[in-house]
Design a protein around this ligand. Structure first.
Ligand SMILES: NC(=O)c1ccc[n+]([C@@H]2O[C@H](COP(=O)([O-])OP(=O)(O)OC[C@H]3O[C@@H](n4cnc5c(N)ncnc54)[C@H](OP(=O)(O)O)[C@@H]3O)[C@@H](O)[C@H]2O)c1
Length: 247
């Protein structure tokens, strides 16, 4: 396989919503300490880490910046832009880190850096359409990046590079529904872990699990095999599925 094994961990409501509304995340609510203690996320995440030892975590840009949030302006880059449109990472730094924090940032929207938790090495996946100013900004901040695709990050190309260049063989994806949906349609999801939140949220515009293109007439649903079905504290349920690949 010329990509890492991809494990998804997400906590949807009983009706498959993964946020409280278009710009209202479940995580915001969980930051209320009472709600966070109620949620078994950490317990399950630890179990998954013990099982798979993922060398990388992956998130989409919407987990860092809201869809329509204005972008922070960057200083203009005056030099030879062609030197920036090449993969950029410094292996010296990487060896000191526990694991990778991979961020899909196809349009160069994430312009502030908080310290990455757990001594993680951040890496951005970008496209060849991001402005030179942005790539220069990443270089100035010593943030490695890989270029894959033109309009959107070409996930197949990106994963091949992540495996070849960074030795990532298992990757834990904890992002929202659009990125997971793109991975699913590309046949690149190997395991799905759902921590079912005993709530119903509803809503027409509320983000859901696996938002993706509709199935074509000749396409079929993705078949799953149940691995674990466990009732957790506070009426949450952990469902762990292996994805059946047809090839
Ligand atoms: N309940 C949970 O467990 C949980 C966990 C994580 C997040 N969330 C919620 O999920 C919401 C965010 O989810 P979302 O679905 O809006 O965003 P998302 O899954 O983070 O998707 C957006 C990211 O995916 C990229 N992307 C989307 N389609 C793509 C494709 N076909 N090819 C390549 N890249 C693609 C976008 O790239 P560009 O940057 O190029 O646009 C962007 O980086 C937030 O509300 C967050 O709170 C919930």
């Amino acid at each position: 396989m010329d990509r890492p094994k991809i494990i998804i961990l997400v906590s949807p409501s009983v009706d498959g919503r993964i946020a409280l509304g278009p710009n209202r995340t479940l995580i915001d609510e969980l930051e209320d300490s009472r709600q966070f203690e109620e949620h078994p996320w950490t317990e399950i995440e630890e179990k998954i880490r013990m099982l798979h030892h993922p060398k990388a975590d992956m998130l989409g840009s919407y987990s860092y910046i809201k869809k329509d949030e204005p972008l922070k302006p960057l200083p203009h880059y005056e030099g030879d832009a062609s030197r920036l449109y090449k993969d950029f990472f410094n292996e010296q730094n990487i060896k000191k880190k526990n694991r990778w924090n991979i961020i899909v940032d196809g349009r160069g929207r994430i312009r502030t850096f908080k310290k990455d938790p757990n001594n993680q090495q951040r890496l951005h996946l970008v496209t060849s359409q991001v402005p030179a100013d942005y790539l220069y900004f990443l270089q100035q901040n010593k943030v490695p990046y890989l270029i894959a695709g033109k309009e959107r990050v070409d996930l197949k190309v990106a994963f091949k590079k992540l495996k070849e260049h960074c030795g990532i063989t298992e990757l834990l994806h904890t992002s929202g529904g659009k990125l997971a949906g793109a991975l699913l349609r590309d046949g690149m999801v190997d395991e799905i872990n759902l921590i079912i939140n005993p709530r119903i949220i509803g809503g027409f515009k509320t983000p859901t699990l696996f938002e993706s293109l509709d199935l074509e007439d000749d396409q079929h649903p993705t078949d799953l095999v149940l691995i674990t079905n466990k009732t957790l504290k506070n009426d949450f349920i952990w469902l762990q599925y292996r994805v059946k690949h047809n090839n």
